[in-house]
Design a protein around this ligand. Structure first.
Ligand SMILES: [Zn+2]
Length: 199
């Protein structure tokens, strides 16, 4: 069973950019699932992404009153965070991995001692967001909030002891093939990434 939170409009926008696929999918783990998230498609259609980011920016505007920067981890979230920063009238910076370690990209001049909102595309285990948080603490940046487009933990993963804001909280259950309800119904299965061909 899949639990859905968030509003239908958000779900429709994700479907509009083909980032959220509903069907019967074989995941790389070999498990089967009703949902598949192709996050690179979020940035493939900027006009569709803009509608999603508008909703995120509205939420941040309502919930966070005072901050200077939006900070996002490279690479997929850069477009999302940048667009949100533009709409919120804030500055933007990003983190990147250098020798495995997450660091603030050098050259951002006003970040030290500022207040920032972290924006990431998808929250699964929260690992990369925790790394961004550690980077910001090193620079004495206060984190005013953490936001993602999709929370795949459905609220189960807090960051810095606080809940993560999301547009869509979606806990996806994966099934072993022998107990998959979609196999039981005889639904054809798709392996994402394999040219989207049915297998
Ligand atoms: Zn199946």
């Amino acid at each position: 069973m899949t639990q859905k939170y968030g509003n239908e409009l958000v779900l429709d926008l994700f479907k509009e950019c083909d980032a959220l696929l509903q069907g019967h999918f074989k995941l790389t783990s070999g498990m089967h699932s009703e949902w598949y998230f192709e996050k690179i498609r979020l940035i493939e259609k900027p006009a569709a992404l803009e509608k999603i980011v508008d909703l995120l920016a509205d939420k941040i505007r309502r919930e966070v009153s005072d901050f200077d920067y939006v900070v996002s981890p490279a690479y997929g979230a850069i477009a999302i965070g940048f667009l949100a920063a533009l709409k919120l009238g804030k500055k933007f910076a990003f983190t990147q991995r250098a020798d495995e370690k997450m660091t603030i990209r050098s050259g951002f001049s006003g970040l030290d001692g500022s207040r920032a909102v972290i924006i990431e595309d998808i929250l699964t285990t929260g690992g990369s967001i925790q790394e961004v948080l550690a980077c910001l603490r090193e620079r004495q940046v206060a984190v005013a909030g953490t936001y993602v487009l999709v929370d795949r933990s459905a609220g189960a993963v807090p960051i810095g002891g606080k809940p993560v804001g999301s547009l869509l909280a979606l806990r996806v259950e994966a099934f072993e093939p022998n107990v998959c309800p979609f196999c039981a119904k005889g639904m054809p299965i798709t392996k994402p990434g394999a040219s989207d061909k049915r297998i």
